[in-house]
Ligand binder design. Structure first.
Ligand code: GUN
Length: 283
C-alpha cells in the first residue's frame, strides 16, 4: 500500500499559527488569554506533558501559570486552588492534569472547575453539551484527531469508524464526535470478543488502548486510515504508540506516527480552547 504518514507536528503548527493571530487580536483588545495548569505529584510523563503545554502558551503570547502541588495534597486543598483559579480574571482556562493521586476524587475536582474555564472539556456540563451537539469546549485529544482527519482530507461521513478504547478522555468522546460528523461508529474495548472481526471492517481505526504496539497490520483493512492515540515506551525505552507502526503502514492508506502524530494536536487544541475561552469573555 502506498501510504502517507499524517504529520501531526506540521498540522499542529498550522493550527497554532491561526491561534497566534487570534491571541494578537485579543491582546489588541486588552485581553491576554491565560491558562492555569495544575500538576499534582511528580509523575515524569505528566511533568513532560504539562511543561509542553505551558511552553506552547508562551510561544503563542498567552499567559500561563503552572501550579505544582505535593503528591500528598488533600482533596480540600486542591478544590480550594481550583476555586481561586475560577475567580482569577487573568485565567481563562483551567487544566488539572490527570491522573490524580488516590486520596483525591477526580470527578469532584473536574466538577469544581467552572464550565466557562473547562478547556479540557471534561466537566459534566461540557460533556452533556457535546453529546447533544451544542457549542462547548471539546476534549483536546479527540478534537485534535478530528482536525488531523480534516487537514488530511479524510471525509468521515458514511465511513465506518472503529474506536478501540472507552475512556472518558479519549474513546467515548471520540466516538461521539465522529458520529456527529456522520460516521457509523463501533466501540471496542478490553472485553470485546474477536477484536479482529471489528477492526477489519474499519475505514477509520482510532486506537486508544494504552498498550504498546498492540494493534499490528493483521487488524487493519487494506486502505484504512489509522489514528494512534497511544504514547508508550517499548522494550528499548523508545517512544511508541498502541499501533505497531511498521506492519500497520504496510496496509493503511494513512497513518499517524508516534511521536509526531496525535500528541502535538492535543496541545494545539488546548491552545485553541483557551483562546476561545478568552474570546467568550468579550461577548
Ligand atoms: N492526562 C492525559 N491526557 C490528559 C488531558 O488531555 N487532560 C488532562 N487534564 N489530563 C490528561
Amino acid at each position: 500500500m502506498t501510504n502517507s504518514i499524517i504529520d501531526g507536528k506540521q498540522i499542529a503548527a498550522q493550527v497554532t499559527e491561526k491561534v497566534k493571530k487570534r491571541v494578537e487580536d485579543l491582546k489588541a483588545k486588552g485581553v491576554t488569554p491565560g491558562l492555569a495548569v495544575v500538576l499534582v505529584g511528580n509523575n515524569a510523563a505528566s511533568q513532560t506533558y504539562v511543561n509542553n503545554k505551558t511552553k506552547t502558551c508562551e510561544k503563542l503570547g498567552m499567559y500561563s501559570v503552572l501550579i505544582e502541588l505535593d503528591e500528598q495534597v488533600s482533596e480540600e486543598e486542591l478544590l480550594h486552588k481550583v476555586e481561586q483559579l475560577n475567580n482569577d480574571d487573568k485565567i481563562h482556562g483551567i487544566l488539572v492534569q490527570l491522573p490524580l493521586p488516590k486520596q483525591i476524587d477526580e470527578d469532584r475536582v473536574i466538577a469544581a472547575i467552572s464550565p466557562k474555564k473547562d478547556v479540557d472539556g471534561f466537566h459534566p456540563e461540557s460533556v452533556g453539551k457535546m453529546m447533544i451537539g451544542q457549542q462547548t469546549f471539546l476534549p483536546c485529544t479527540p478534537f485534535g484527531v478530528l482536525k488531523l482527519l480534516e487537514y488530511s482530507g479524510v471525509d468521515v461521513a458514511g465511513k465506518h469508524a472503529v474506536i478501540i478504547g472507552r475512556s472518558n478522555i479519549v474513546g467515548k468522546p471520540m466516538g461521539q464526535l465522529l458520529l456527529q460528523k456522520d460516521a457509523t461508529v463501533t466501540y471496542c474495548h478490553s472485553r470485546t470478543k474477536d477484536l479482529h472481526a471489528f477492526t477489519k471492517q474499519a475505514d477509520i481505526l482510532v486506537v486508544a488502548t494504552g498498550r504498546a504496539k498492540m494493534i499490528d497490520g493483521s487488524y487493519i483493512k487494506e486502505g484504512a486510515v489509522v489514528i494512534d492515540v497511544g504514547i508508550n515506551r517499548d522494550e528499548n525505552n523508545k517512544l511508541c504508540g498502541d499501533v505497531d507502526f511498521a506492519s500497520a503502514q504496510e496496509v493503511a492508506s494513512k497513518i499517524t506516527p508516534v511521536p509526531g502524530g496525535v500528541g502535538p494536536m492535543t496541545i494545539a487544541m488546548l491552545m485553541e480552547n483557551t483562546c476561545l475561552a478568552a474570546e467568550i469573555t468579550l461577548n
